[in-house]
Design a protein. Structure first.
Lengths: 351, 334
């Protein structure tokens, strides 16, 4: 199977969905512009026409409501925003409208809309271009929250989201767009609400999502050399969350470290820790732990973001601490790459 | 405003009377029974504002879409929404139009494409625009009608929605009922003095019209012309009707004692009551017509009483229903 990028996988999913179902439409600021939202919407307008693929006014709130209204008459909208932070203007339509429509009208109509939001970190994105607000959305009954890590999951889960009868928040981490992986052809679905064990292990459970899964795998590979075998769970869907996979793993390992790309307080990681502590207390061999972003806005200057992000080194250090062992070598072995605030050489900015 | 009834308008006048009287009686019966404490949700009554939904009801097709607001009983009834299901919903019964999950502020009747109402000011406006977009994409001749108040015009989402409707030339009819108050806040503290809402919307690029809501015939004429215009594909249209809510913002009572508006102002509006004026004209137009009016009133009175009996005798939903329907399970049949 050929290797494809995460963004190419998103693009394929959109093509497949629009091909399969004439009621799927796609809009958002910039979906038809030359940059095509990091190439994810490339060629869609040409293929499916201006009726179904269109740029929009800078009106995040109303355009979310438009998707709701269209959905009530059988149109499935995929609405795209280049940064999650812009979408905060649409919280009324999302929270008071989309999330509740099915419930508050007695289950008579559903709102099958998909909202693609790009999250990220680094490269001076700063306080209002780098937030990871999955915890917010997962707090709202009626929403589904999806955070794929691999290109295959990106495609299969976007297709599942578009054809899900509920409003789905689909979060794409900017640092994943250029990652490569095998992506099957065709219109296939990856079930929402099911986590994936990406690395099996018996000593400790690492719970991660989206880009944090990548850092978790780096840490797990390093820790294997130290004789600690981690089980790494990629949540993939934040709401509804696959508790069964987490609990089964923790029962086996007796230790859990929950990772989160969002702020610490009220994080998804915090929810994982709470539930594990409540339900698996007797299975735990050490206090459950979490690593998330500090409770401060992300600063802009590269000088201020040094050591700011949760990286493999922090994860490895925390795990070794949980085993009561010496962490001296970790920082040396897993030093922060330089520059520290980009996902790779390919990333040249500005966004 | 009292108009003489001529023979051409008899049928139409009786229909208008029927619509207005029915809405009035429903709202007043809610008001009368509300202190019993059995309707345990906020209610926002349209008493005094009936002429606009009445004019609307005679201008619209069954498959046209409607969305409305927290003050939505009248619009639901005008679109042909099921009366029993609405009253049962306010009583929180399983036979309610939203099965007790929505209450007075979340009314729906998909049989007549009454697509929903919202408790949040301005919230249903873009939803109505989205319904219009769906009609345009599907190539039907349906139009989407959005009821809103003067307060909603102050919400950002109003401008966003009107702008998008204009860009895409969507088949939307915006119907603004300007009753001068947003809860207890008068227009003077909310919008610049002398600025017309309709003129401002015209500047955004919509066809607009204004009308004194107490003039039922002019309201109906404007409504019908605008519906026709929107249906013909000429793009969205915005109408502003002046009107007045007689009772308190939320609840069953009068509230002129609060001091945010005067008893005098209320009495001036009440003296212009389009329902009473129309009834008087009909009575004056001869004994036959007078009898018809009485028979309409009798039939509506018993319909309303029956609706309350239906609601009262319906079952409450099982408490476990609270935990169902958070998510749609599968594709709903269309």
């Amino acid at each position: 199977m050929t290797q494809k990028t995460f963004s190419a996988a998103i693009n394929e999913a959109l093509h497949e969905a629009m091909q399969a179902d004439p009621t799927v439409i796609c809009y958002g600021l910039g979906v038809t512009d030359p940059k095509a939202v990091f190439n994810t919407t490339y060629n869609l307008e040409k293929q499916f026409g201006v009726e179904r693929v269109f740029d929009m006014p800078t009106s995040e709130n109303a355009m979310t409501g438009v998707a709701i209204g269209a959905a009530l008459n059988g149109i499935k909208s995929v609405v795209t925003h280049q940064r999650i932070d812009f979408f905060l203007l649409a919280m009324d339509q999302l929270v008071n409208g989309a999330a509740k429509w099915h419930y508050m009208f007695g289950g008579q109509c559903s709102v099958p809309i998909t909202i693609r939001l790009i999250i990220g970190r680094g490269w001076g994105q700063g306080p209002t271009h780098s937030q990871n607000l999955q915890a917010w959305f997962s707090h709202i009954p009626g929403l589904k929250v999806v955070m794929p890590t691999t290109p295959k999951d990106a495609k299969g889960m976007l297709l599942a989201s578009i054809f899900d009868p509920n409003p789905v928040i689909f979060l794409e981490h900017r640092w994943l767009h250029n990652t490569l992986g095998e992506v099957p052809d065709g219109n296939f679905r990856v079930l929402l609400g099911k986590a994936k064990i990406v690395k099996a292990g018996a000593d400790i459970t690492l719970v991660a999502m989206s880009y944090m899964t990548v850092e978790a795998i780096h840490a797990a590979n390093y820790l294997e050399g130290k004789g600690i075998i981690c089980e790494v769970i990629d949540l993939r869907t934040i709401k509804p969350l696959d508790w069964e996979t987490i609990m089964n793993s923790v029962t086996k390992t007796g230790r859990v470290l929950a990772l989160d790309s969002g702020f610490t307080t009220g994080s998804v990681a915090g929810e994982v820790i709470a539930r594990v502590a409540m339900e698996k207390f007797s299975a735990l061999k050490s206090a459950p732990q979490r690593l998330a972003m500090p409770d401060v806005p992300e600063p802009t200057s590269p000088a201020l973001t040094k050591g700011f992000y949760v990286r493999a080194a922090n994860i490895a250090e925390k795990v070794i601490e949980m085993f009561g062992r010496d962490t001296t070598d970790v920082k040396k072995d897993l030093s922060e790459p330089s520059p520290h605030d980009v996902p790779g050489e390919w990333f040249k900015g500005p966004f | 405003m009292v108009h003489p009834i001529n023979s051409n308008s008899i049928e139409n006048s009786l229909n208008l009377f029927h619509q207005m009287y029915r809405i009035r009686m429903v709202e007043e019966e809610i008001s009368r029974r509300y202190p019993e404490g059995k309707m345990r949700c906020p209610v926002h009554l349209s008493t005094g504002q009936e002429s606009i939904p009445a004019a609307f009801s005679l201008s619209i097709k069954k498959n046209d879409f409607v969305v409305s607001t927290h003050r939505g009983h009248a619009h639901y009834l005008a679109k042909g929404g099921n009366l029993n299901a609405m009253i049962a919903e306010i009583y929180g019964k399983e036979t309610g139009c939203s099965k007790g999950k929505g209450g007075s502020m979340h009314l729906i009747d998909l049989n007549v494409n009454f697509m929903g109402t919202s408790a949040i000011v301005g919230n249903s406006i873009p939803v109505g625009v989205g319904l219009a977009l769906s009609a345009q994409l599907k190539g039907t001749d349906q139009i989407s009608c959005i009821f809103l108040g003067d307060g909603a015009v102050e919400e950002g989402v109003f401008y966003e929605s009107v702008n998008f409707a204009a860009i895409r030339k969507l088949p939307v009819l915006f119907i603004c009922e300007n009753n001068l108050y947003s809860v207890y806040s008068p227009l003077t503290v909310r919008q610049p003095e002398g600025r017309s809402i309709a003129k401002m919307v015209k500047a955004i690029g919509l066809e607009t019209g204004t009308c004194n809501g107490d003039d039922i015939y002019s309201s109906q004429k404007l409504m019908q012309q605008s519906v026709n215009k929107v249906r013909s594909g000429k793009g969205p249209c915005f109408l502003e009707f002046s009107t007045y809510r007689w009772r308190e913002h939320c609840g069953h009572d009068f509230d002129n004692n609060l001091g945010y508006r005067s008893e005098k102002e209320f009495l001036e509006w009440k003296a212009k009551d389009p329902l009473l004026n129309l009834e008087e004209s009909l009575h004056k137009a001869g004994k036959d017509l007078s009898k018809k009016v009485d028979s309409i009133k009798a039939s509506i009175n018993s319909e309303v009483i029956a609706a309350f009996e239906f609601a009262e005798s319906s079952k409450f939903p099982n408490q476990l229903e609270a935990y169902h329907e958070v998510y749609a399970k599968e594709e709903l049949p269309k």
